[in-house]
Design a protein. Structure first.
Lengths: 190, 130
């Protein structure tokens, strides 16, 4: 049994960034030892999302055309955005938006498991923090799927983890971008 | 308790940051995000540790309706005080801002109004010396 207190994220891996004009996209790949059907359920159903995702959903993300309210967990002000599921080809491709982030999930069967890929656009300043945050979310997802949930680690909970700071710095180094200064009063850079 | 920050809704935070810094002359103070939520504030260089102005993304339909209604009534969404409204008017206008009211004397002050291009009217106020 893996305990939340004993959880430490591994090294930064499986992430790339892509720049298209001013738009930066973070691409994260994770291999999970669970079937695409099982992963799909965890990506789409509110009760499963609550165990690992950085937002609450008030309805299923697994049906094309569904309008779902997403609440960002741990944001410094109540932050709710409405999304419409624009693609839901179970258990392979899922697309919706989270605020101004386009979310595209791809699930490929791999042996008995799944290669999960997330594409999401994110501002350059925040891209290494986003990679670190999703890395931890995927670790939590992996444990949830294994039947050993350790509870969602997002927002302020993620930042309290020493591993988050380290991961964020490692991803910044991998992406060859400046390490984020978070959040620093008097930060005058643009 | 202290009044430390006030907020204005903007339709695009990147565009707003450029306008509030490059056109109005404020300085970025805090900028961090969590998922699509971005906490972004500016402060006056004359008062770097003074009250911050949060540039909040207006992705709330109720807030949008309110913002558009008061804009159409020519009501300012926020007011900044200055010691030199005419000088600020010339300086900000030269940087391309559109003023809906040039410096105009009213009871107790001289005011000017400009469009922040992000959905708001901003009033500049210079108090009269009595």
């Amino acid at each position: 049994m893996i305990d939340r207190a004993q959880y430490t994220p591994g090294p930064a891996s499986g992430a790339q960034i892509r720049k298209d004009g001013e738009k930066w996209t973070l691409i994260l790949v994770r291999e999970l030892r669970h079937s695409p059907e099982k992963v799909w359920q965890a990506l789409t159903e509110p009760a499963h999302l609550r165990e690992w995702a950085p937002f609450e959903a008030d309805g299923s993300l697994g049906t094309f055309g569904n309008r779902v309210k997403l609440t960002t967990v741990g944001a410094p002000a109540l932050h709710v955005t409405e999304t419409t599921v624009t693609r839901a080809d179970a258990p392979e491709v899922l697309e919706y938006n989270w605020g101004d982030h386009d979310m595209r999930w791809e699930l490929e069967a791999l042996g008995g498991g799944t290669r999960l890929t997330l594409w999401t656009n994110i501002g350059r300043r925040f891209i290494s923090m986003g990679a670190a945050g999703w890395h931890i979310c995927f670790d939590v997802l992996d444990r949830l799927l294994a039947g050993q949930p350790i509870g969602r680690i997002v927002g302020p909970d993620a930042r309290k983890f020493g591993g988050w700071q380290r991961l964020s710095a490692e991803y910044a180094k991998q992406f060859a971008i400046d390490s984020p200064n978070w959040p620093r009063q008097g930060d005058q850079e643009s | 308790m202290k009044i430390k920050v006030t907020s204005i809704y903007v339709d695009d935070q990147g565009k707003a940051l450029r306008f509030y810094t490059e056109v109005l002359g404020f300085a970025k103070k805090v900028d961090f995000s969590q998922g699509p939520y971005r906490w972004l504030t500016v402060a006056s260089p004359e008062e770097p540790d003074g009250i911050e102005l949060q540039l909040a993304l207006n992705d709330n339909p109720a807030a949008k309706a309110y913002q558009q209604a008061i804009f159409q009534q020519s009501q300012p969404a926020i007011m900044f005080f200055t010691d030199d409204v005419k000088g600020d008017y010339e300086r900000i206008k030269a940087r391309g801002a559109e003023f809906t009211k040039p410096p105009t004397e009213v009871t107790g002050s001289t005011i000017a109004m400009l469009n922040d291009t992000c959905g708001n009217l901003i009033q500049l106020t210079q108090l009269a010396r009595w």
